[in-house]
Design a protein around this ligand. Sequence first.
Ligand code: 13P
Ligand code: SF4
Length: 309
Amino acid sequence: MNLDLREEILRLRDEKNAIILAHFYQTPDIQEIADFVGDSLELARKAAETDARIIVFAGVYFMAETAKILNPEKKVLLPDLKAGCSLADGCPPEPFEKFIHAHPGHTVVSYVNSPARVKALSDWICTSSNAERVINAIPEDQDIIFAPDRNLGKYLMSRTGRKMVTWDGVCTVHQAFALEKIGELMKENPEARLIAHPESDPAVLKVADHIGSTKSLLEYVQHRPESSFIVATEAGILHKMQMAAPNATLIPAPIAEDNACACSECAFMKVNTLEKLYRCLRDETPEIQLDEDLLKRARVPLDKMLELV
Ligand code: 13P
Ligand code: SF4
């Protein structure tokens, strides 16, 4: 293609009154062209605030769906509809509804990495940035279901002292970090701090110096006096991290041998490309479409989350 993609995207963005939102796990070329790059919570907030006519969401399906729920009247585009998520895809609404019925009287808290129909069955939504605050907002004597990430659920139980019934889902990317190899790296780099996303396995979280959302990990690297970090989250974050802390040594946490690549990449996040982003803005498709009733029901727990923090 002979077009200067960057230029064309920016021209179309202005001409069509669009905003480009990108997650930290997108490729550097996409992050650089975006109007805003952030974690799931920040992206949901941006989507809720924007005046733009079109939202181009460079992230995964559940994130674009969330933007649509918050903006039913706007056009929300996702460069590639195949940008799924193992957590969201591993929690289909029908079995989840049965799971809720098997635990009557429970307050249902769903991680934002879930399908819109699961959100519509939930009392609260949370992201990894605000999950602890959401759990703490629920009366202490109230039983809780947490879905779909069992690792985040377990981590939250340890942080809040609450017992929760958890859906048995995992992020295949964060679950793949190899504890033994991380241990070897820590021995070889005794000055390095291990930082991890809470979707990681509890055994990895147990040895981590800091646990937090993508934004929290980024801020940690920026503000700590240490200059070396082993990073246990998706490798896309390293781009912004290195920009925020140019002198820091960033070591991607290793993953198990049987994984396809040496560093941890989310194949779903990486289906988006600059070219697909250009085409979706040019053709205004693929578009996220949800029926009106679902939009209304899924919005209730999302609004509760956004009002809380
Ligand atoms: P954040 O909310 O930290 O951006 O995480 C989103 C995600 O999908 C992590 O795998
Ligand atoms: Fe989903 Fe994991 Fe990819 Fe995040 S990294 S979008 S949780 S599969």
